[in-house]
Write a protein that binds this ligand. Structure first.
Ligand SMILES: NC(=O)c1ccc[n+]([C@@H]2O[C@H](COP(=O)([O-])OP(=O)(O)OC[C@H]3O[C@@H](n4cnc5c(N)ncnc54)[C@H](O)[C@@H]3O)[C@@H](O)[C@H]2O)c1
Length: 262
């Protein structure tokens, strides 16, 4: 896993039940998604991921060339459901029936409530909510054939923190709660578990470049109960647990990984 300060890969958990399991991650090229791809690859899982950032994806795949199974990148825009489905199909064709889905893709571009028009609203939903539904629909037959499966939806604590300036995004992210719980009810009898991980503010390269300023640093110091900064691997660690058999009787739950902010 990534060598972020404060993280010691040698002390990280091993999940033998993830060995050789086909995993599909949306938005896996950079940010938290890349940490999730890396974490599964380091467990010996067979990871396929979709993204539009081919440069980021190539760098990630290169960095994991030594993994038992290097991850498979499929370029695809998840707002085009046909492209999302094609990426799922490519992962299945390479690795077999998918056992774990991580719905990670999102775009937290800021928007002004008063001026969002219908096209902007729909485009924001198309990246932040709709792919999760259709990715789940695409992999559930795989999981039924396997006799079990795990779906992990990545939410966001932003709506719990009452963040402004991104209301359509927070609306989508809060909807992950309802989606997670209803889908868990839909699929439980098939031993398919559906859970959500809700990150606090995570210090990805993009967040550091675009949004983390002195005021933001102060907000983290003031609101987090734990000192330090959240990193992608903190989120990935919870995703691994919820994907592994260690959590076999956990479903319909939301795990906040936010250093105690909410
Ligand atoms: N970073 C944070 O502080 C934070 C906080 C709370 C929740 N989250 C959640 O964690 C998840 C990952 O966040 P992140 O900060 O790493 O996101 P990010 O924006 O940095 O990365 C998202 C990835 O999705 C890809 N992507 C974007 N649009 C796409 C599209 N149309 N088709 C295919 N790929 C596309 C990007 O290229 C990128 O690789 C998201 O669900 C986000 O809502 C992040």
């Amino acid at each position: 896993m990534s060598e972020t300060p404060g993280f010691d890969a040698a002390r990280a958990a091993r999940y033998p039940s993830l060995q050789d399991v086909p995993v599909f991650v949306t938005g896996g090229a950079t940010g938290i998604g890349a940490d999730i791809v890396r974490a599964f690859a380091c467990q010996g899982a067979k990871v396929g991921f979709v993204d539009i950032d081919t440069a980021g994806a190539s760098a990630l795949v290169r960095s994991l060339a030594g993994a038992a199974t290097p991850p498979l990148y499929t370029r695809g825009d998840v707002t085009e459901i046909a492209q999302l489905r094609a990426a799922v199909d490519a992962t299945r064709a390479a690795f077999g029936d998918i056992g774990v889905l991580v719905n990670n893709v999102a775009n937290d571009q800021r928007h002004d409530f008063a001026t969002v028009d219908v096209a902007r609203f729909d485009a924001t939903v198309a990246v932040n909510l709709r792919p999760a539904y259709f990715a789940a629909q695409a992999v559930v037959p795989d999981m039924k054939r396997r006799g079990q499966g795990a779906i992990v939806n990545i939410g966001s604590a932003s709506w719990l923190m009452k963040s402004a300036d991104l209301t359509v995004y927070t609306t989508c992210k809060s909807a992950m709660m309802g989606f997670t719980r209803s889908l868990a009810a839909e699929l439980g009898r098939d031993r398919i578990r559906v859970n959500q991980v809700i990150p606090g503010w995570v210090m990805t390269d993009k967040q550091l470049k675009l949004w983390v300023d002195a005021e933001g640093e102060q907000a983290m110091d003031r609101n987090q109960l734990l000192p330090g900064r959240l990193q992608g691997h903190d989120i990935a660690g919870m995703v691994l647990f919820l994907a592994a058999d260690d959590s076999r009787m956990i479903t319909a739950q939301a795990m906040l990984v936010d250093a105690g902010w909410v």
